[in-house]
Ligand binder design. Structure first.
Ligand code: SAH
Length: 395
């Protein structure tokens, strides 16, 4: 704890951190004692010299990501303890997740480790750092993982080149293995198999956050004709097929994603003729669609990456949902999602409401969906809530 740079906040700018919000914005800082080195641990005090917390310093609008609100060393034991707590929670969850070996072990602020994501793919951990401090702590993190998992963990891949400031990686390879060398593998989600390549795949390789929603879709799939739009590796399609869908079309603008989906369909249902992959833009697909669907999934990428593009994003959600309402048959079911953190559940619902009104369909909300328990949200950090979804009955 000694020799850490001390940051003092302006009076009145300490309220949120006193309520355990883990971000300190650069504009809140009054004075600094000691050098500010990106990635270092700094101590944060209020204007009356009361300790508030310690965390990683970063150049940018979020200046400090608080790791602890107590005076503590941020050392190998600290990371071990945090990861142990995260793993204990997952172990309890996994008891009710049969035949599942893919899950999120660490979800940033939700696990009191701002800046760190760890996804587990059976015997492989994929690390994604969003702060320089977490990147610099990678050896402590890898060591803690090895201690906690023992021989069950054989590979650790650090995939942070897309999420860190460029200069943080200057002297390093772009992405690299910290242990082992496996680049891809087959994992299971409630018994459904996926071939995943964490080197080439989007994010850490897979959208783990839709697991419970994909499973729920299975309840509605029987005898329905399904369009899984923005399908990526085809997760929703596989659950639909497993649960007796009549026909499933997976639509994604990325031809590579469609190849991955076809591969996963083969892996699970070798002889099937009930699936077709379509590489197309979602709007073009709806404009040209000849078939009518009675179960549609819309899971687009984040339309709003920032608050200042919010109104465009809401328009985007309205337009794509309207296309779905116009296409869906009677007694249809629409699973519709937004993963934009900047879009609130209320705003998302309003966009979908406007789309339904424009399309002139009678719509009931059956379920309101969110992210699963292995993507927890700190109650002090509502920004951690990003995934929202509606399951709608369309008369
Ligand atoms: N539902 C998926 C995750 C979807 S991620 C799952 O369960 O795993 C969003 C996907 O949308 C990406 O694969 C991306 O390639 C695709 N995409 C982005 N823009 C698109 C567009 N305009 N039309 C169709 N697909 C698009």
């Amino acid at each position: 704890m000694t020799n850490r740079t001390k940051i003092v906040l302006k009076s009145g700018k300490d309220q949120s951190v006193k309520r355990f919000h883990p971000w300190i914005f650069s504009g809140a800082i009054k004075k600094t004692y000691g050098p500010l080195v990106e990635g270092n641990v700094v101590d944060v005090y209020d204007n009356k010299d009361n300790f508030l917390g310690c965390g990683h310093y970063q150049i940018g609008s979020i200046a400090v990501r608080v790791l602890s609100f107590q005076e503590t060393d941020i050392d190998r034991q600290f990371y071990f303890n945090r990861l142990q707590t995260a793993l204990n929670i997952r172990k309890e969850l996994l008891q009710n997740m049969p035949e599942t070996d893919v899950y999120r072990l660490v979800h940033g602020e939700g696990d009191q480790l701002p800046g760190l994501i760890i996804d587990i793919y059976n015997d492989t951990a994929v690390l994604q750092m969003h702060s320089v401090g977490m990147f610099l702590a990678r050896d402590h993190i890898a060591e803690a993982l090895q201690k906690l998992y023992g021989s069950a963990l054989e590979h650790i891949y650090c995939k942070s080149s897309g999420t860190l400031p460029k200069k943080a990686l200057e002297d390093e390879q772009k992405d690299f293995f910290m242990m082992g060398d496996k680049v891809s593998g087959v994992v299971k989600e409630y018994g459904v198999k996926y071939h995943i390549n964490w080197l080439e795949g989007q994010k850490t390789g897979f959208f783990i956050d839709q697991r419970e929603n994909r499973r729920l879709l299975g309840d509605y799939a029987k005898n329905r004709v399904v369009a899984n739009v923005f399908g990526y590796t085809g997760g929703f399609s596989l659950f639909a097929m497993q649960n007796g869908a009549k026909m499933v079309h997976t639509i994604d603008s990325s031809a590579k994603a469609i190849d991955l989906t076809d591969e996963n369909v083969q892996l699970n249902f070798a002889e099937t003729t009930a699936h077709k992959g379509i590489a197309a833009d979602a709007f073009d697909f709806f404009a040209k669609a000849e078939d009518t669907y009675d179960l549609i999934v819309l899971d687009p990428p984040a339309f709003a990456k920032h608050h200042n593009v919010l109104s465009n994003a809401l328009q985007g959600y309205k337009r794509i949902n309207q296309r779905a309402f116009e296409n869906i048959g009677p007694n249809g079911i629409l699973f519709t999602f937004s993963c934009s953190q900047a879009v609130s559940p209320q705003n998302f619902r309003k966009s979908v409401f406007a789309a339904a009104a424009n399309a002139g369909r009678k719509v009931r909300i059956l379920h309101q969906l969110t992210q699963p328990a292995d993507h927890p949200i700190s109650i002090f950090h509502p920004e951690g809530e990003y995934l929202k979804g509606l399951v709608l009955h369309v008369e």
